[in-house]
Write a protein of this length. Sequence first.
Length: 491
Amino acid sequence: MEIRASNTPLSDWSGDGLAVGLFEDGLDLTGDLAALDQKLAGALKELIEDEEFKGKPNSTAFTRLSGGTSIRKIILVGLGKADAWNTESLRRAAASAGKLAYKQKCKSLGISLPICHDDAAQTAQAIAEGVQLALYQDNRFKSEPEEKETQVETVDLLGLGGQEAAVTLANQIASGVMLARQLVAAPANEVTPVTMAEVAQAMADEHGLEIEILEKEECEKLGMGAFLGVAQASDLPPKFIHLTYKPQGTPRRKLAIVGKGVTFDSGGLNIKGAGSGIETMKMDMGGAAATLGAAKAIAQLKPDTEVHFISAVAENMISGHAMHPGDILKASNGKTIEVNNTDAEGRLTLADALVFADKLGLDAIVDLATLTGACIVALGNEIAGLFTPSDELASELQKASESAGEKFWRMPMEEKYFEGLKSGIADMKNTGPRAGGSITASLFLKQFVKDTPAWAHLDVAGPVWTDKENGYNPSGATGFGVRTLVNWVLS
């Protein structure tokens, strides 16, 4: 799909489908829309009346135009209330236009939506993101993919000529989101620790990133007992992935993004039983997928910030070599952990990854993980949890997420809850009481960051997957987190 910033006047555009947006309180056609309606012999006004179109958010209507016009179909997209118009509204409106154009077999699509906050660049970026993320398809694993309908091949962003840089930015960010979606959606026999390392290596080769992949023996030398404890039951070797983007000259900041990379989580000897959703545990590497997706985008965007992308990748399996409930593991910072639940494995892999990142002399670390069902209970499937002792970093991430349209809610880090993690024979247990499970998980991770001034943990267990189409997210993997992370680095 080619997305073009265009100065073509609305009334002069020609192609298969023209999408125009209307606010709930703006159904009386004025200005360019009135001129277009006149050129189309009243077809816009007639469509509004015939379909009783009210302009409700993301509602759509269309009609085929009679011969003699340069446009085959006209599409109306509802924009909701004008005072609620923002970049996320733009993405969703563009997604609605794109999906209807695809359904109506439009090869060429023109989109005319109002400028948001007098910012043409932000408007062009949001529309370009929304339409291409909504039209993303994944047919990799079908032996006979359904015969594709006519694809949307070109999209013209009308009234946004000169915003080519914003479209390029959207394309680069979207490429990272799509990589994350592909990694999360793929089954665990396709995405393994080995193939994750191969993806990282290919990305480093293509975009000039530095790469270090630590094998099991190297992890042993570094004392990564927590990570290796999770990996020891699998027939597949663990891979510790460390990608680095370095700008030319002195970096403005040095950051790390650390992603949980459990490519399949059986639960270990505390096996996930019937009704546990074990068949969905291919997505337990959603944090690592977002980390690699962010790396792909940032490598193309080339900000003036040094960024390290880290993931300790492994399977949590069952065999005669599996760690037992009750085992004691020693992390690479010397902390000892009593494993009272082998299904709380993600925090064990993150522990050694955080210690590794903490030694790099960074300004801030953000980790993200599909860590706890407790966070889904607290916040539902569309909102991720944000845990950090740093108000400044919390503010940075919240601003980045608002711009991205990804929802986070800052959660408390109640220090006294750490009492629930205390062990009689080790420094801590890997799980605490049922109540406040996402909070105790974040307090566990906090024990492995000592020298870095700012750290945050993002629990993304809910939003990395959706069972039904939602805005510009098709059903399945969403690529959640990539756009927030990229915005955070760019800011």
